[in-house]
Design a protein around this ligand. Structure first.
Ligand code: CA
Ligand code: CA
Length: 437
């Protein structure tokens, strides 16, 4: 019989001395100078300066929360520099005994989905008013229960690095009201909402909406999100049941950057097969978001996603050397140009599936301008060739978008590649599992 290794001591894990040299080195890395908006201001060092007793290796929800400070309700206030290595898969629903809780465990006693479907059926309730009353109140209390459990709060001066095969499943990594956070080499999988909201006046026929992103950045700055994979795994949007004639939406964004967040660099990530990917700014209100929401996206792959790649408001958004693999079914748009947004698109590549035209890649959500150069687009299996998203958009739509976002990015690290090699380059480098650990 094999001899099992001794279990880790209760509480703090102790096995960080077994990390490989590349893993140690990765944890100690700061964002390179000049690498996107997260290099502005005080720069982004995460927990790279952590003392050795603030270097943790975690493989459960409880250990992750412990390493982040000990109490999920207050961990966002823990600004001690810390490096957290994720080993294996951590699930947001892990209960105290290690078994997974279910949606029923997190539901308010008064909540009943079947009853919800009867009560707020548009045939009964109509489309005029949002759901209200005891059952909707019980749904909201249920969402609060789930938020407390599956939303993992991160404090300032934190680096989270995935070891080989690291996954954060069925949880939301929340970076709210903190600064200086680095997240690298993690597979984020399926942050599903047990209790989606029904919004009868969202769109022409109502929509189900979810609360939970895979990762959210709010009211924070100096955040570097690098070499991660964002996916819904075996629970994709395309497989959800339909109620009230609309698909049950159990996911929100992959990575949403909202509520005055700014100075964020999103590099070398994969965003695989989902509906909504990245909202930068969540409100059209001309207020606190003005002058904020500055984000750099480079060397990311958007594969098979339908909208918000990203959808932007207010910020100066540098989008260079990203590859888009857009398959067709249900596709809405790639870059959404919203109120006072200033996107600068350079040397991105686009592979378009059936039914998608170059003119479909932009969408006007109330913005007016866009700088674009060096885009290459390939239809079906045809080779990529130079194309202008803006010219195609303006030829097909009125009013036209202007061609000058009014700023020129200076925070870039390394050369900007020609778009023609971006598909192969990003295939080899983007996503979790590409960094040496
Ligand atoms: Ca969101
Ligand atoms: Ca036009």
């Amino acid at each position: 019989m094999a001899v099992l290794p001794a279990p880790a001591a209760a509480g703090r894990d102790t096995n960080s001395d077994r990390l490989s040299w590349p893993a140690r080195s990765l944890g100690r890395q700061a964002l390179p100078p000049g690498d996107g908006w997260a290099a502005a201001g005080e720069g982004t060092t995460g927990g790279s300066a952590a003392s050795q007793d603030n270097v943790h290796v975690v493989d459960s929800r409880a250990e992750l929360i412990d390493a982040l400070g000990g109490d999920n309700a207050t961990n966002r206030n823990n600004d001690t520099p810390k490096i957290i290595y994720v080993a294996g898969a951590i699930n947001g629903f892990e209960g105290p005994d290690g078994n997974l809780l279910t949606c029923a465990d997190l539901a308010d006693p008064e909540y009943d989905f079947d009853e919800f479907l009867v009560t707020y059926d548009p045939a009964v309730w109509g489309y005029e008013n949002d759901p209200s009353g005891p059952l909707e109140d019980a749904r909201r209390r249920s969402v609060t229960n789930q938020t407390r459990y599956t939303q993992i709060n991160v404090g300032a001066n934190t680096t989270i690095v995935g070891l080989r095969g690291a996954r954060l499943e069925n949880l939301t990594l929340m970076v709210d009201s903190v600064r200086n956070v680095i997240v690298r080499n993690i597979v984020f999988d399926d942050a599903y909402d047990c209790f989606p909201a029904w919004s009868p006046d969202d769109g022409d026929a109502g929509n189900w909406n979810s609360q939970f992103d895979l990762m959210s950045v709010r009211r924070s700055e100096n955040v570097w999100v690098d070499h991660n994979t964002f996916t819904d795994g075996d629970n994709p949007d395309s497989a959800q049941p339909v109620y009230f004639g609309r698909p049950l939406q159990v996911h929100d964004g992959a990575l949403d950057i909202t509520h005055t967040a700014s100075l964020v660099t999103v590099s070398y990530n994969r965003f695989d097969g989902r509906d909504k990917v990245m909202l930068i700014g969540s409100s059209n209100t001309v207020g606190p978001d003005v002058g904020r929401l500055n984000v750099t996206l480079h060397h990311n792959v958007f594969d098979g996603s339908l909208q918000r790649l990203p959808r932007i408001r207010f910020g100066q958004i540098d989008v260079y050397n990203n590859h888009y693999e857009l398959s067709g079914d249900g596709f809405q748009y790639a870059v959404g140009v919203g109120v006072q947004g200033a996107p600068y698109l350079e040397n991105n590549s686009f592979r378009l599936g059936p039914g998608i035209d170059t003119a479909d890649l932009l969408y006007d959500w109330g913005g007016t301008v866009l700088t674009e150069q060096g885009s290459w687009v390939g239809q079906g299996h045809r080779p990529l060739r130079p194309a202008s998203l803006l010219d195609a958009y303006n030829a097909a739509n009125d009013p036209d978008l202007g061609d000058d976002a009014g700023w020129t990015p200076t925070l870039r690290h390394g050369p900007v590649l020609p778009a023609a090699i971006v598909p192969i380059y990003t295939r080899l480098t983007a996503g979790a599992g590409k960094l040496p650990v």
